[in-house]
Design a protein around this ligand. Structure first.
Ligand code: ADP
Ligand code: MG
Length: 375
């Protein structure tokens, strides 16, 4: 690493949690995410010439010419997150970037559902916006980051992750309507419980297949619904009782996916209400119900995630638990009584290792602010 003083700008870009509302953003419903106190740190400096040099402690370096058209690299190269946002910035602000270097360090695990990908995209976008005085609005930055992941990486992600990384605030969860992008910042009233992420260390393969498959299935369900009920535009807006009328029209698996979406949307609205009322027990029940739906109706869980959630049900110190993120691995999010966190972590780590012969990583985390410049 080159010494800090040689760099012109340092940005911290957080990961995010989502308390409830999973696989809902791309269905135009409500989600309840927040930025956390784990970050990707990116140091930028301008340089002479045309070639930019990007390095990450976790990966191989790469270089590119800032004045030549950018194209995605093959084999899911991590450069695509960076090149994708630069491509997006240049579309909105042509000829306003010149050569720069950047160095990346991170304490966010990759591929664990804490959205290291959005932290990376948003950190680069936010940093370049500041380094080159581009005057991009927060919403423009969010959309550049999302589009980079959609078009350059090939993951058809919704907008939640990027929104939370850019808009997050200390001690607040974001109730976001993913269709209108209207949002409310709600107090994260979870005391005496704290947020603990349990990482299965089974890496999800979001970009590869199942995530995009679920999106496709939701589009199929929506087309059928629109042919009968043309006033609906987003799957998450269709109430359960309407979906139930389509029992004979929709294929069984499509019906199950659509049912999950309707139920999860309702759970998220209910959860935002009980959170404001301070009813953490009810909030936890909704988290458990969310996991149940993700596992049995949306089919995006895996044995490791199910084990962690089932185990927590036997312990009163855990008020709620569910898988978080795309699924097929990654983390569970747990609300654990602050006096019992160490005790519980010891128990579950041993039980998990006995069951799967895999290490469990435990991360106690706080809700924190969104992407920012380090002064
Ligand atoms: P998640 O967003 O849940 O962590 P993704 O599969 O969406 O999982 O994104 C992980 C990918 O993001 C990594 O495989 C890598 O390409 C990129 N990435 C994340 N953090 C870094 C980092 N510190 N350095 C380089 N690439 C990173
Ligand atoms: Mg991601």
């Amino acid at each position: 690493m080159v010494a800090n003083k040689n760099f012109h700008l340092t940005v911290k870009s957080p990961g995010r949690i989502n308390l409830i509302g999973e696989h809902i953003d791309y269905n135009g419903g409500h989600v309840l995410p927040a930025a956390i106190d784990l970050n990707i740190t990116i140091r930028f400096k301008k340089r002479e010439g045309r070639v930019c040099h990007v390095s990450s402690k976790a990966k191989d370096d790469f270089k590119f010419n800032i004045y030549e058209p950018l194209k995605p690299k093959p084999n899911n190269h991590w450069a695509n997150y960076v090149l994708g946002v630069i491509n997006g910035i240049l579309k909105l602000r042509p000829q306003q970037l010149s050569a720069f270097d950047c160095e990346i360090e991170s304490d966010l695990p990759m591929g664990s559902g804490i959205s290291s990908s959005a932290a990376l995209e948003c950190g680069i976008t936010f940093g370049l916006n500041s380094l080159f005085n581009l005057n991009l609005s927060k919403l423009e930055q969010i959309k550049i980051a999302q589009k980079a992941e959609n078009d350059f990486v090939g993951t058809k992600c919704g907008i939640m992750d990027q929104f939370a990384v850019i808009m997050g605030e200390e001690k607040k969860v974001i109730l976001l309507n993913c269709e209108t992008l209207k949002y409310e910042l709600l107090d994260a009233n979870i005391d005496p419980y704290k947020i603990v992420l349990l990482n299965t260390n089974v890496e999800h393969k979001l970009a590869s297949s199942e995530y995009n498959n679920r999106r496709k299935v939701c589009e199929i369900a929506m087309e059928m619904i629109k042919s009968k009920y043309p006033h609906y535009h987003q799957l998450a807006q269709v109430p359960l009782k309407v979906i139930e009328t389509l029992e004979n029209e929709l294929q069984e698996s499509v019906l199950r996916r659509a049912t999950f979406v309707a139920e999860e949307e309702k759970r998220t609205i209910d959860a935002s209400i009980v959170l404001q009322n301070g009813d953490i027990t009810k909030f936890g029940e909704l988290m458990y119900a969310s996991h149940e739906g993700l596992s049995n109706k949306y089919d995006v869980s895996c044995p490791e995630l199910d084990f962690l959630v089932d185990y927590s049900k036997k312990h009163n110190s855990v008020v709620g638990s569910r898988m978080m993120g795309g699924g097929f691995g990654g983390c569970t999010i747990n609300l654990i009584h602050k006096d019992y966190i160490q005790y519980y972590i010891e128990l579950i780590t041993k039980a998990y290792e006995d069951q799967f012969d895999l290490e469990l990583s435990c991360i106690e985390t706080e809700i924190s602010k969104g992407v920012s410049i380090v002064r």
